[in-house]
Design a protein around this ligand. Structure first.
Ligand code: URA
Length: 310
């Protein structure tokens, strides 16, 4: 009988010192929790490094790679008073009086504590409805701690236009729906000006599915953790075209750091992993248009460009 293949016994009682010891030697979870039924990948989620979120076929010269930083490693346990030859075990713990720590359980390396499944792998075969559930319970980055609701997206199918914004704001976080605040009202008006409706023709979503605290800019590791959802939404919805709103979403989706002024007014092509080319039109974010109404004329040109392509 080995600890790997048999059901784990009830968790042994350990005192706090023993618990610290178990944690130091990396055995706390193994010792105190039943072994997992099936082994999961031991590695942290792998995220692409130095790679555009999406490959963009054209114009290549204007689409340099966005550096997407890998998720930082989990902070190490503070290494107080390390003991020579016993890395990671503080002398203050080794020298303390008390019951001797329990011998480390004999386990094989594959029985390490389960690591979270990377988002891209977890959703590889998900339907839209399944992925909605996965987004609602997602804990792939720290934004899950501050959200009221994750915002998956909303809209009609078949999808003529996929509209991609940045991230939920306060109202979206409250209601769990995209673009329902003042920006959303303006977006609805813009869409209806080209005879598009969010219920019928358009699916609206964001690059980031949970609200960043105080509406701050999303961090690279949050983008890397969340972008597989958008990629899978695009693959499943197969929109005729994508309207990207604002600098952040445009740069993320097109894998560029070009200015929005240089990205708008022309048609980009997004090549999906399945090899499908989807035309992309970039425009200003409605929140920016509310602050700078003089730019609405340019946004109108962008909408007409997107509508003309059909
Ligand atoms: N701004 C966005 O980018 N997305 C929303 O859903 C709301 C406001």
């Amino acid at each position: 009988m080995t600890p790997v293949s048999t059901p784990a016994p009830a968790a042994p009682r350990v005192n706090p010192l023993q618990r610290i010891w178990l944690r130091e030697i990396g055995m706390e979870r193994l010792w105190l929790r039943p072994a997992p039924a099936a082994s999961r990948p031991a590695a942290e989620p792998q995220v692409p490094v130095s790679k555009p979120v999406f490959p963009v076929s054209a114009p290549a010269a204007e689409a340099p790679a966005v550096e997407v930083a890998a998720r930082p490693a989990a902070p190490a346990t503070p290494a107080a008073e390390p003991v020579p030859g016993r890395p990671g075990i503080p002398a203050s713990i080794l020298n303390r009086k008390g019951p001797p720590p329990p011998p480390p359980p004999k386990v094989v390396a594959e029985a390490e504590a389960p690591a979270p499944i990377p988002v891209a792998e977890a959703i590889r075969n998900s339907t839209l409805d399944e992925m909605r559930e996965q987004v609602v319970s997602c804990e792939a980055c720290g934004l899950c701690k501050g959200r009221r609701n994750a915002v998956f997206g909303h809209g009609g199918q078949p999808t003529r236009w996929l509209v991609v914004g940045e991230a939920p704001g306060e109202q979206e976080d409250r209601q769990g729906q995209p673009f329902v605040g003042r920006s959303g009202q303006l977006l609805d008006a813009m869409l209806s000006a080209v005879s598009m409706s969010r219920e019928r023709d358009v699916f609206i979503t964001n690059v980031i599915k949970c609200r960043p605290p105080g509406n701050r800019n999303p961090k690279p590791e949050e983008i890397a953790a969340c972008s597989p959802y958008l990629m899978r939404q695009i693959a499943l919805l197969k929109p005729e075209r994508i309207l990207v709103l604002g600098r952040f979403a445009a740069q993320t989706l097109l894998g560029t750091d070009a200015t929005i002024g240089s990205l708008r007014g022309r048609i980009h092509q997004l090549k999906t992993d399945e090899g499908v080319q989807i035309p992309v039109v970039v425009s200003y974010h409605p929140a920016y248009l509310l602050r700078s109404p003089g730019e609405k004329a340019r946004a109108w040109q962008d909408l007409k460009l997107a509508a003309r392509m059909g």
